[in-house]
Structure formats: C-alpha cells, structure tokens
Design a protein around this ligand. Structure first.
Ligand SMILES: C[S@@+](CC[C@H](N)C(=O)[O-])C[C@H]1O[C@@H](n2cnc3c(N)ncnc32)[C@H](O)[C@@H]1O
Length: 382
C-alpha cells in the first residue's frame, strides 16, 4: 500500500542518520566534567554503528587512553539487512577491501565487530590504529544472541540507535541493567514504554544540545529536504547532511546539568512581572478534570506552588530531580493511569479534540486542551 511504503521509506531514512563528531565530543565531555573517572576501567559497546567511519568509534578510539577505557567494542549491521533504498550507495571502505580478511559475501551478509584493547602496532599508545576487526557470525542485529552477549559484557552502551526501534533498544538496555548514552527524538519521552523510566529517574535527558538543531550525516544521494540541508549548512555542515529539530540525548549516566536548579519566580511575582501576557491576564488556570494548575511556559513555573502543575514537555531538559518530582504525563492512557477524570461528553460538540487522559480547562467559556503536559510537583525537603 502506498501509505505503508511511504512509512517504511520515512523510517529507513531516519534510521540512516549518522552522528557528527562535535555532538559526541560535547556530550561525552559533559559527563567527564561531572565525573572525570566515569569511563575509567569500563567496557564501552557501540552497537548499531558503522565502525569504519562512525564518529562514536572515532571518538572513543582516539580517547581510549585519556578516558582510561578497559575495552571498546563497536558493531555494525550488515549491509543486506539495511533498507535497500541505499543499495546503490553502498561502498566498501578501503579499510575493509585492503584487509586480508576481506570476503565479499560476508561483507554483504554479516555485520562487523571492531575491538580495541591494547597497543597492537607497538606505537606506544592505544589508539584508533590498534582497532582489530572481524566479521560477526550474524548480521549484527542488536537483538541477536551474538550482540546480546556483547551487551552483557559491556558497562556502558553508547550510540544513535535506529529511531524506528528506539523503544526496543531502550528495553534491550534496561533488561540487562546497563548504563547508556544514546540519541532519540524528544517525542520518544512520551512513549508509554519510555515515560515511566523518566518519571522514576531511571532515564533522563542528556547534557548538551537540548532544544537545538542537531546535524546528521546522511548516505550519499539520500533525499534531504532543502530547508534542512540549508539549516545544516548554516551550522557549518555542507554536503550530505540534514538536521533534526527534535533529536536529543537520553542517558542514565549522571551529569551536572540535571543538578542545576531552575531559577524561578514565586507565584505572586509571576502574576505581577511575568513576561507572558497570558499569565498576567489569566493567572494560573485550574484543570477541570485534575487537581493541578496549567503552566504554559517552563519559565513561568511558580517556585512556591506546592500542588501539581501541568508543564510543557520542554521541561524535561531543565528537570532537576532534587527540585521537582514528576507525577505523570497527561496524555492518553498514561493520563488515565494518573487519575485524570474522563471529560464531560457534552463538551465534545464544542471541542472535538477532547480525549480521556488529557487535561482540559475553560477559557473564554470554551474547553481548551493543552498539548501533552508533564505533571510535576515541587519537591519538599524532608
Ligand atoms: C541512526 S543510524 C546511526 C549510526 C551510528 N550509530 C551513528 O550515529 O553514526 C542507526 C544504524 O543502525 C542500523 N540498524 C538498523 N536496524 C538495526 C538493528 N536491528 N540492529 C543493529 N543495527 C541496526 C542502521 O542501519 C544504521 O546504520
């Protein structure tokens, strides 16, 4: 069906986005600033990678000694398993073709594994030139027993996984109780499988690039919206690049940004001095179907309000678990679970968008639905 093929093309396109060096470096440096020994003695696994030219592999191999790593493992997904739309762009790297291990059949059907542990070439340093490689037995699917065993061996998993398998990927990390630093879309935070992890402080937003465009490299010839290409160029990336406005890092490794308190005004100051006209004019409106106030802007969260507040999802990259607790998400089934009462059926005539599990409030006599609010509460120190 036309729609199905459109959907799979879209998914395939998003799965083949390659992370640029600058973002890997910035994000990893943020963890090091918070704890200089965070990677010391650790085995790092980079699954869903293309080690010959991945910037994750490059960064960790180059910094192997500086980070004090025990072992670096990087695996790739076989070419034949990738979506066929890029077949025409598949090019073997010189690295692979000039290697005595090169095997054309395996090169298509099997994934590859690169490992770095010691100074193989006796240069005096352990670095990118000491990477060893071989073909995997299978295609390198992260769900295979072969890659699962590598996951079990690893301490920290770092990658930009295929966006279309994000839920499964996070589940794969948590079932083995591993640390991770991974890229996803900000929208993934409201997935029913992901949100509970965020609410329980088992997963949080990364340290850098929040709320900003992120540039990704795309395969040669991939179709890129000219607007995104232009935005990537403005950020200094000319060529096979695109940009996403909704990508972010997810992690369960601690970093300093999440311990910075949001600086906020009291409710009475907000009502007098807020830069938002609607706060000055309407104050903080109470929802009809839950005991909480609507806070339409993160910078308008009243510092002294002790009840529940509905805030926009952009709160997540400012979230400091010592300052606030997350009660839930006012969105569909998660909202129902939180105890948001069903909407008054008579109102559907006035607003067709009303849905159980979402908040609504009255403004100018009409029911309004704020988009996917996160419900938070000030943390009261005991
Ligand atoms: C978003 S790209 C990122 C690649 C690399 N980690 C980077 O950031 O540069 C995700 C990669 O995962 C691969 N992939 C897709 N499905 C996979 C699976 N089931 N198991 C392992 N890798 C997969 C894709 O082909 C793609 O190369």
């Amino acid at each position: 069906m036309a729609n199905d093929s459109l959907l799979s093309a879209k998914k395939a396109k998003n799965d083949e986005f390659y992370t640029v060096f600058e973002y890997v470096q910035k994000e990893i440096n943020a963890y090091l600033e918070y704890d200089p020994y965070v990677f010391k003695g650790k085995t790092i696994l980079l699954p869903c990678d293309d080690p010959e030219w991945s910037n994750f592999t490059r960064f960790f191999a180059q910094n192997f000694e500086a980070l004090g790593l025990k072992k670096l493992i990087s695996t790739s997904y076989s070419f034949d398993s990738k979506k066929s739309q890029y077949e025409q762009y598949h090019q073997l790297t010189l690295f692979e073709m000039t290697s005595p291990q090169y095997d054309e059949k395996k090169s298509h059907a099997q994934g590859k594994i690169y490992t770095l542990t010691k100074d193989i070439n006796k240069s005096g340093n352990v670095d990118i030139n000491d990477l060893e490689w071989r073909y995997l037995e299978g295609d390198g699917d992260f769900r295979s027993n072969e890659v699962r065993a590598l996951r079990d061996e690893a301490d920290i998993i770092v990658t930009n996984p295929p966006f279309s398998l994000f839920r499964e990927f996070v589940d794969w990390i948590f079932e083995a109780d591993k640390k991770c630093i991974i890229i996803g879309t900000i929208g993934a935070a409201s997935y029913k499988e992901i949100f509970p992890l965020i609410k329980d402080n088992k997963l949080w937003i990364g340290a850098t690039n929040n709320g900003k465009d992120m540039v990704f490299e795309v395969p040669e010839g991939a179709k890129v919206d000219p607007k995104d290409k232009l935005k990537a160029e403005k950020l200094g990336y000319v060529g096979n690049y695109t940009r996403l406005g909704n990508a972010c890092w997810y992690t369960n490794v601690d970093h300093g940004r999440r311990h910075l308190p949001l600086s906020l005004m009291t409710m009475s100051d907000n009502l007098k001095f807020s830069k938002h006209k609607e706060i000055l004019e309407n104050g903080y409106i109470k929802y009809e179907n839950f005991d909480a106030i609507e806070v339409p802007y993160v910078d308008a969260i009243p510092s002294d309000y002790e009840g529940a507040m509905g805030v926009p999802s952009s709160f997540l990259d400012k979230y400091n678990p010592d300052q606030f607790e997350i009660l839930g998400l006012a969105h569909g089934n998660l909202g129902v679970e939180l105890g948001i009462r069903p909407y008054d059926r008579k109102l559907k005539k006035i607003n067709k968008g009303l849905r159980d599990g979402d908040f609504y409030y009255f403004k100018d006599g009409k029911p309004q639905i704020p988009y996917s609010r996160i419900v938070i509460k000030k943390k009261v120190s005991k």
